[in-house]
Design a protein around this ligand. Sequence first.
Ligand code: 5GP
Ligand code: ZN
Length: 114
Amino acid sequence: MTDCLFCKIFRKEIKSKVVYEDDEIMAFEDINPQAPVHILIIPAKHIENLNEITEQDKDLIGKMFLVAKKIAHEKNISADGYRTVFNTNKNAGQAVFHLHLHLLGGRKMAWPPG
Ligand code: 5GP
Ligand code: ZN
């Protein structure tokens, strides 16, 4: 989808602070961080949200979590802990409709989430 914000970020038509990239996945710093570490992990494939994933996407979703684990290690937040979140549709406050995994860490987080 050409006019999608995160498709444009993947294609580098919009600048971002990239922390990981390969053919299938990119990770970059969130523009409005909610924690000292706030990274978004996206697939190149345009998928609106978790409601739209299929059996074909299971390796891709698994790989997104492996990338999250790797970045958490690099950012030194693995031991203290971190949160990984997919927001889906309005009750979760999804604002960008291209699948993205939030990786949040570097501070203590509340549970249950707001
Ligand atoms: P959502 O609410 O859809 O789960 O999260 C969307 C996230 O994308 C938000 O945390 C927001 O700060 C981030 N975001 C929105 N626009 C941009 C942008 O242009 N660049 C970057 N790096 N992050 C963005
Ligand atoms: Zn997209």
